[in-house]
Design a protein around this ligand. Sequence first.
Ligand SMILES: [Zn+2]
Length: 106
Amino acid sequence: MVRDVTENLPPDSPRDVVGILEDFDALKSSQPSLPGPQCGVTAALDSIVAASPELAVPLRERVASSAYPALGVAEILSKRSGQRVSAYTVRRHRKRGTSSGCRCTR
Ligand SMILES: [Zn+2]
């Protein structure tokens, strides 16, 4: 097989890089970086807090605290919101914003 030796060489004239910025711009507009989906904990909390806004702060404090077992928190959130939340999701939510956490904001 004969390889094209010009394939991986750097451009040897300015003409070869004309339009490179437009190439980048096209990439950006065609693939907007969307935020990740909110996790089940935030979805459940949002639905509960929508019904009782005064619960927002104390509920978020409890969900974030390791003093409350993740499995129990998951069960309560699932039961009260009608949305399935797993203990794994609660643990991930507690590490949100880190490489092993969810993408919810702190
Ligand atoms: Zn989360």
